[in-house]
Design a protein around this ligand. Structure first.
Ligand code: FE
Length: 258
């Protein structure tokens, strides 16, 4: 299946500001790979407030303007928007002015959990962000160790009004069969609403966003891929996107032998 547009909501394409692309040349190559994959719009989402990186709102906006100028000079047909992958911190409401949303009005924001666990304060924090008018989009839940053990932890967040983004590489098996299997379960139970590249650098692999969308179309029907694509577009535009039809994951029953 072909897409007229592909919006990538999670990408470390900006040069030299986090663990994504190291320099401008690499960023331009990443942008060319994205365009070759059919991507037309990228939300640039450098890490913010994780252990290693701070990328203030105004700095990201400036970096995106500069990078957009470079893309135009190189005649690469890609539009880039400023965003952040905001690491979960208890004081995000106090830092709210320094945060960027996935859309201009901060109706949505990418929210990253630690790799190993889900902090106990996550529910309260998500509620506080919602009170400020922001729906958090939990990034790559399929890669979180605690959620991997109990996928219904994500169900609870979705039921409370959060959204979630699965990573394309996860879905196509780039992080192993276990993560791919979890990703398929999350899509099948409608516990994720969008797929994004989370591309950091080109490591002998091409952009796999369209591959993931095509695989989803094969697994769950073309309407699933179309829905994910239009959700990404609507999120970028600050339009309404809600989780619907999501289901709890039933634990596999064990046979008991007497
Ligand atoms: Fe990321």
């Amino acid at each position: 299946m072909e897409f007229e547009k592909i919006v990538d909501l999670h990408c470390h394409v900006l040069p030299g500001i986090d663990d994504g692309s190291p320099d401008l040349e690499h960023s331009l190559d990443l942008a060319r790979a994205a365009v070759a994959d059919g991507v037309t719009h990228i939300l640039a989402t450098p890490h913010h407030l994780d252990n290693n990186y701070v990328n203030h709102r105004t700095d990201v906006i400036k970096a995106v303007q500069n990078f957009q100028n470079e893309l135009e000079a190189e005649q690469i047909a890609l539009q880039v928007f400023p965003g952040q992958e905001v690491h979960i911190n208890g004081d995000l409401p106090q830092r709210y002015a320094d945060l960027l949303g996935a859309d201009e009005k901060k109706r949505y924001m990418l929210l990253e959990f630690p790799h190993s666990n889900v902090p106990a304060y996550a529910k309260r924090l998500i509620f506080e962000l919602q009170k400020l008018g922001t729906t958090p989009i939990i990034v790559h839940p399929e890669r979180n160790k605690e959620i991997q053990k109990d996928l219904n932890i994500l169900y609870d967040f979705i039921q409370r009004g959060a959204l979630a983004q699965v990573t394309a590489t996860s879905y196509v098996g780039g992080f192993g069969e276990h993560v791919a299997d979890i990703s398929r379960q999350l899509v099948g139970h409608r516990l994720v609403q969008v797929v994004a590249s989370d591309a950091h650098a080109l490591q002998g692999r091409n952009f796999v966003l369209s591959e993931a969308l095509k695989q989803m179309a094969t697994d769950f029907g073309p309407e699933q891929a179309l829905e994910f694509e239009s959700n990404a577009e609507d999120i970028l535009n600050g339009l309404s996107v809600t989780a619907n039809g999501y289901r709890k994951i039933e634990k596999k029953k064990r046979f008991i032998f007497f």
